[in-house]
Design a protein around this ligand. Structure first.
Ligand SMILES: [Zn+2]
Ligand SMILES: [Zn+2]
Length: 363
């Protein structure tokens, strides 16, 4: 169970995206005035929120990371500053990360799932290069004691290179005698991970090999097909294959029974059958679409940029959308103001997510 303060702060963080003229006092009372000031800049856009706003949702989505592969601040902007310096990355020098919505780690979502018996399970989507930092910052903030299942979208560095640190969120055993954490991956990703992390995949010790403490993982192969759902820690996931570059398939995931949520972190083109599964005009309207956007203009060979992201949001027509995967081109408050105007015009609330955003939700 979460302490009341954590839950109500989180609820406020979530609500502030869409509720008019929320009170700064709420945040002062909860000890995060900088975040309040930052988020107040979002203005007064109001839209009916399908996400649980009644405070009785015991499940939640926690955005552990909302940035691109290099993460933000981009190190180059700080060690070889341009003239004038990059304003988004420079903020990292003066504002603590937990109060800076322009501080973005690799994309990752933690699903805090409250089961019918009241116990919580924690499902982690992706374990990127910045995983340790995300654990230190947000697991402590939201009292997350462990990870019960891991789901991987693909095997790129920004989705998997934190796997070594999974041992930090597992029970301690010097002899590795613990229950392994289920990890759901495609066959293709598994083969790549066996090369990147042979010691995490190895089943048996070699003769003469000494025991070294490493993450204990129970590898489970999933299919790149929306017709092959799987269940992780009690949550049903429908794989959503999408093109991430024309030579590569990445998975997004559809989950949630009471609220339908789609998480798609790496996409350059939708496969029509996948788009149909999550579209209002297809299998049904999403309550929340979480979608990739890399740059503000133009296009990119392996990711959506804002024009393609907003086109996709219009076609898919979810009740609301949150964007992730942003580079330092995006300035959180400034660009959320633009997105509010877009949302008013198009009738679909869309905002940039930020690291640490926690949304209570009925799953
Ligand atoms: Zn920068
Ligand atoms: Zn990728």
């Amino acid at each position: 169970m979460f302490p009341f303060v954590s839950l109500s702060l989180s609820l406020s963080l979530a609500l502030c995206l869409f509720i008019p003229r929320f009170s700064l006092r709420t945040y002062r009372e909860h000890g995060n005035p900088m975040a309040a000031q930052n988020l107040a800049d979002n203005g007064d856009f109001h839209a009916p929120s399908p996400i649980a706003a009644d405070g009785d949702a015991r499940s939640a989505l926690i955005f552990l990371g909302t940035g691109c592969s290099s993460a933000i601040p981009n190190a180059m902007c700080l060690i070889q500053p341009s003239h004038p310096p990059c304003s988004v990355c420079s903020q990292a020098l003066s504002i603590p990360p937990e109060q800076n919505p322009n501080y973005r780690c690799n994309t990752s979502l933690l699903i805090d799932y409250c089961r019918s018996d009241g116990n919580h399970s924690y499902v982690l989507i992706d374990v990127g290069k910045t995983f340790r930092e995300q654990v230190l910052r947000w697991f402590t903030r939201y009292n997350i004691p462990q990870v019960d299942s891991i789901v991987l979208t693909h095997e790129h560095a920004d989705a998997v290179l934190g796997l070594d640190d999974i041992r930090a969120v597992q029970p301690y055993s010097a002899t590795n005698s613990i229950d392994p954490t289920p990890i759901y991956v495609t066959e293709y990703a598994m083969q790549s991970l066996a090369v990147k992390f042979p010691y995490l995949v190895q089943k048996k010790m070699k003769e003469g090999q000494e025991v070294r403490r490493v993450a204990q993982l129970d590898w489970r192969i999933i299919e790149e097909s929306y017709e092959k759902p799987f269940v992780a820690s009690g949550i049903k996931f429908v794989p959503l294959p999408v093109m991430h570059g024309e030579d590569y398939i990445c998975l997004g995931f559809l989950f949630g029974e009471k609220s339908r949520v789609a998480y798609i972190s790496d996409v350059s083109r939708f496969i029509p059958s996948t788009e149909n599964v999550i579209s209002k005009g297809g299998d049904g309207q999403l309550d929340l679409l979480i979608l990739d956007t890399l740059y503000k203009n133009g296009s990119h060979n392996t990711h959506f940029c804002l024009p393609q992201t907003l086109d996709a949001v219009k076609r898919i027509c979810p009740k609301q959308a949150l964007l992730i995967g942003m580079t330092h081109e995006f300035d959180h408050h400034k660009d959320n103001k633009y997105l509010m105007e877009w949302s008013r015009r198009e009738g679909i609330p869309v905002q940039l997510a930020h690291d640490g955003l926690r949304i209570p939700i009925h799953l």
